[in-house]
Design a protein around this ligand. Structure first.
Ligand SMILES: [Zn+2]
Ligand SMILES: [Zn+2]
Length: 449
């Protein structure tokens, strides 16, 4: 095995390249500062022109055009829908391949972020729509920051010992249920067959103090699946319910029963089932035939997922039967948890500390969010971190609280979600430093991961 220099203490600011030359971290930072204003402009353009999952046509074209302008060796497009992968081959010999990932899709959420680049887009053709569309999850920031990192790394390609893949992923938020898409679809389309990554890295903007990096050993995000429950009765006139079977009371029983599911799974590991959308084919004077419930199942531990699904299916079927109706339950779009292994975190911490300063690298709590970057990190190894982008400070217990006089804390997917533009350069630097450190052998897990 080759010799790999290790960081032996927290907060060390510079590491020697194993190649014998000076590490070029300062130059990465200077180049990041040089592209910072451009990144903000890209982000605002993307924010103003959001596209829903599996419809990222113009976003993908925007990304591919910029990668070509940078002279990236190869720009692969149309991967699993609108995925784009830029391949940058370093000018020095090296076997490692780092995949830097950004998701590109937006959400069917009205944009109330309060900036002059807020989205006014409405997608009239999307299944289930029309929908107002906005980057309420901040993927505009991810895409712009990764384009910035591509700019930085293309500028130092002659000193990169290995390959960088810039992965712009569609449909992270989940494609329409009749379509395939997202991270797993990119893998299945062969996007990572040649070259195969030796590390994947992703980040997500989050309501933490600006410029803070949150990491977690273990599951950062939970396992997720989409649930569709179709409760079927028998349609009849609203004045004669005894002539049919009303699915509505069965739906009420299912919704109420979900509140009891958590008590049947685990005392310690969080589970959530949320029904966010109810579709009823009835009318004020018609007892409809079916009611469809759309929701999401989240488990902090993946092994709980099967049990939760079994319980929920039983609940739905039996509740429906109690009211003379039937229920069909399906689980779709399952995503594994985002898991950071101990050896990978240990390898990555010196890099994170160099980029944002030791005091701004925090252990983050696990959440029941999901991110299908897990499909990459679990296959190839690597890391996923949170990047704070809001007007927040930490309280005495280390929890983010609103900064006095600031815009407050707003969670992703909320119409008021906002991200501070000036912090995006930190995302650029994170990507660039992680990539450089991995390729030069400074950021690799000690014992395998
Ligand atoms: Zn999201
Ligand atoms: Zn997101």
């Amino acid at each position: 095995m080759e010799h790999v220099p290790r960081d032996d203490g927290a907060g060390r600011n510079e590491r020697e390249s194993p190649l014998g030359s000076e590490a070029i971290h300062d130059e990465l930072d200077e180049r990041a500062a040089g592209v910072a204003r451009q990144v903000v402009a890209w982000r605002r353009h993307l924010h103003r022109h959001p596209e829903l999952s599996n419809r990222e046509v113009n976003t993908a074209r925007f990304v591919a055009d910029r990668l070509r302008v940078l002279g990236i060796d190869e720009v692969r497009t149309g991967i699993a829908g609108h995925g784009v992968v830029g391949v940058l081959r370093g000018g020095m010999p090296g076997e490692r391949v780092v995949a830097l990932r950004a998701d590109m899709d937006a959400l069917p959420v009205r944009d109330l972020c309060g900036t002059d680049f807020a989205s006014e887009v409405v997608d009239g053709d999307y299944p289930g729509g029309p929908f107002p569309v906005s980057h309420a999850c901040g993927h505009d920031c991810h895409t712009a920051a990764l384009l910035g990192a591509a700019t930085v790394l293309a500028g130092v390609r002659d000193r990169l010992p290995g390959t960088v893949l810039f992965v712009f992923q569609p449909a992270e938020e989940g494609p329409p249920v009749t379509e395939e898409g997202g991270a797993r679809a990119m893998v299945e389309a062969g996007a990572f067959a040649d070259p195969v990554p030796t590390m994947a890295f992703g980040l997500h903007v989050t309501p933490h103090p600006k410029g803070y990096v949150g990491y977690r050993v273990g599951n950062q995000y939970g396992a997720s699946s989409l649930v569709r429950i179709v409760v079927t009765g028998k349609q009849t006139h609203g004045s004669t319910p005894w002539e049919g079977v009303d699915p509505m009371p069965a739906v009420g029983a299912v919704l109420t029963g979900i509140g009891q599911l958590y008590r049947q799974v685990s005392a310690f590991d969080a589970v959530t089932v949320s029904i966010g959308h109810v579709e009823d084919v009835g009318r004020f004077n018609i007892v409809g035939q079916t009611v469809t419930l759309w929701g999401t199942v989240r488990c902090a531990v993946e092994s709980d997922m099967g049990r939760v699904q079994d319980r929920l299916t039983t609940l739905a079927e039996h509740s429906a039967a109690a009211y003379g109706a039937t229920a069909a339950v399906e689980y779709l779009q399952s995503v594994p948890p985002v898991h950071n292994s101990g050896p990978w975190v240990e390898a990555g911490l010196p890099t994170f500390r160099r980029v944002v300063g030791e005091e701004r690298v925090l252990e983050a709590g696990a959440t029941l969010g999901y991110d299908d970057v897990s499909e990459f990190v679990s296959r190839f190894g690597g890391l996923y971190v949170m990047l704070g982008v809001q007007d927040a400070i930490l309280d005495a217990a280390g929890r983010p609280v609103p900064e006095p006089g600031g815009r407050g804390l707003v969670t992703n997917h909320n119409p008021h979600f906002y991200a501070d533009d000036d912090t995006l350069v930190t995302g650029v630097r994170l990507h660039a430093h992680v990539a450089y450190d991995h390729l030069t052998g400074a950021l690799v897990p000690r014992d395998g991961a």
